[in-house]
Design a protein around this ligand. Sequence first.
Ligand SMILES: *Cc1c(COP(=O)(O)O)cnc(C)c1O
Length: 322
Amino acid sequence: MHLDRSTVWPYEQGEPGAFVYSRYAHPTGVEAERALAALEGAPEGQALLFASGSAATTALLLALLKPGDTVALAAGAYYGTGVIMDELSRWGLAHVEFDQTGPPPEGVDLVWLEAPSNPFLTMPDLQAAAAHPAPVVVDSTAATPIHLRPLEQGADFALHSATKYLGGHSDALAGAIVSRDAAAHEQLWRFRQRTGPTCAPDVAALVLRGMKTLRVRVERQTESARALAEQLSAHPAVETVRYPGFGGLMSFDVRGDARAVEAATRVIVNETSLGGVTTTMESRHRWEGDRVPESLLRLSVGLEDVDELWADLEQALAAGSA
Ligand SMILES: *Cc1c(COP(=O)(O)O)cnc(C)c1O
């Protein structure tokens, strides 16, 4: 791994070389982008890092769409994605929500899916979306390339909050877009280079290091999450468990007081975000309001011993229903 913090590189015989100014590209970022493109099965190097997942989302919308265009957005997808689209409505960008388990509505200019959706954990009908004439984006943050490679399923773009599983240690804020089409990749690169929502070299190095252990982390998280989803489903204080059968993310409804349950955990940390090595849990109602049931807790399974995690959930559920 090559961490180069330079913002400028000397011209070679009076001409710009491979790297010129770090807003355009830097060696650490390019190394991470090549690794991510390979993980996603994308054409060589067709990935771009951004300053956050949200910066990647904003860049994609601004670079590819124009005023008057409409996005079909998966209902129940990451709350912040809809918030960005609301923000851009002042610039003439409209969006409509739809059920991503079926075909997207006609007449839209971009289809935005999430695999699986956060925090409802639905999976998109990728085949139906690929048959739609509009380009298809899959926010694949929670699936990770270990469980899903959207470009191989007909999507045009895979988007990540690299802050989550790719980085994997809750110490790097970053985003990424992987493109199937070379011209679209070029267009996004030009937009990023001009407008500057790029990822710093130190952060790119953390993402690169995280990707080296992505498979073992995600496989272990899947194994633990499957066991916990099963145990939660059989627990009398739990109503609904939403888990797609893979990955480390799930949500469930408790019969008692969800806020008391989240506050009672001792091993599981009561904080936001997901995809790290530490197991975290929170009520999403605090952020998303009535879009999410008050009883819903989102659980991101980390790498701790699964029996220890279950014991912690059991005692927290008991505390919350007392
Ligand atoms: C966290 C998240 C984002 C936003 O990413 P940031 O890195 O926090 O800007 C987008 N999509 C999903 C599914 C997320 O979980």
